[in-house]
Design a binder for this molecule. Structure first.
Ligand code: ZN
Length: 149
């Protein structure tokens, strides 16, 4: 598929240059943070949950283009969605980003459109960058657990 990698690079750069949902949320929004010492990436996720929905999400932090664009795409993908759907988006994304065969294969059956997120699939070819791409997602999961505890 010629041109697909260019398109993906374009999507990743677009989110890196104009990150979505950048900023902070005041309490009672839950704040969680993640670090990827291998690369120096830092992400803070602010998560507001209301009536079983992710009513708002904001991202701050700094790091490489993969970590920051993945965080931006994550925020756009989960904002306004029901918690259950958010969890299945996270499962699908993490299963796309995994190189292990046996982990969460049941996620394949879930019908979740990852859309732009598929642009990050190419990262799997560079295992050292997988942690960059999944950082925001693991940080989001932590926030979800706190917000729904
Ligand atoms: Zn990184």
């Amino acid at each position: 598929m010629p041109g697909l990698e260019d398109l993906y690079r374009e999507i990743i750069l677009d989110h890196y240059r104009s990150p979505r949902n950048r900023g902070e949320l005041p309490p009672p929004a839950v704040r969680t943070e993640g670090h990827n010492p291998l690369c120096g990436d830092e992400i803070q996720v602010y998560l507001a949950v209301q009536n079983g929905f992710v009513s708002d999400v904001k991202i701050s932090g700094q790091g490489c283009s993969i970590s920051q664009s993945s965080a931006s795409m994550m925020s756009a993908a989960v904002k306004g969605k029901p918690i259950a759907e958010v969890r299945s988006i996270v499962r699908c994304f993490k299963s796309m980003m995994t190189i292990e065969e046996d982990s969460e294969t049941e996620a394949q059956d879930e019908k979740v459109k990852l859309g732009d997120l598929e642009a990050l699939q190419g990262v799997v070819k560079f295992p050292v960058r997988i942690k960059c791409a999944t950082l925001a997602w693991n940080t989001l999961l932590q926030g979800l657990d706190e917000a729904t505890a």
